[in-house]
Design a protein around this ligand. Structure first.
Ligand code: HEM
Length: 127
């Protein structure tokens, strides 16, 4: 009841994901899945793996209500030239779900994170 009167940010998803350390593990496993996935691995050739890991971890931390600030480039600016197809977008989402499964993230939390990523779709897919 009284809780809703305070404007505390909701960090329950962040906690379900295991905080920043848990998210970092998910992103690491996501990277292995990307490398093995013929649908998308060509796009990722030559990227800075450490920077990608740090920035995506910060982004998912922030999006889940955690105390992080994404400091990478805008989604549209990053992905505009890549010509990303719907199939490729879905492949990445699928790999993220698999990486969360591997880290025993509850299905409800998986769904909540995917839901928060969907608004980024228009900025990521081929424009
Ligand atoms: C929900 C979907 C996605 C999210 C949230 C996302 C997020 C990000 C973030 C945060 C970065 C910055 C990492 C850095 O600074 O290096 C990034 C870079 C990148 N993304 Fe995505 N991305 C998504 C979908 C995709 C898809 C579907 C592809 C290709 C199939 C893709 C290809 C790349 C590549 C190649 C980079 C590295 C760019 C570079 O180093 O210049 N992304 N993405």
């Amino acid at each position: 009841g009284c809780q809703s009167l305070h404007s505390e940010p909701d960090n329950s998803l962040y906690l379900q994901l295991g905080e920043r350390a848990g998210i970092a593990n998910v992103v690491e496993d996501l990277l292995y899945l990307i490398v093995d996935d013929e649908r998308i691995n060509e796009q990722f050739k030559g990227m800075d793996v450490a920077q990608f890991h740090r920035n995506l971890t910060d982004q998912l931390c922030e999006l889940s209500g955690g105390p992080c600030e994404y400091s990478g480039r805008e989604m549209r600016e990053l992905h505009a030239a890549m010509g990303i197809t719907d199939t490729q977008f879905n492949a990445l989402a699928e790999n993220l779900i698999l990486a969360m499964e591997e880290n025993h993230v509850p299905t409800t939390a998986q769904n909540r994170l995917i839901k928060r990523l969907l608004p980024l779709y228009p900025d990521i897919r081929h424009l």
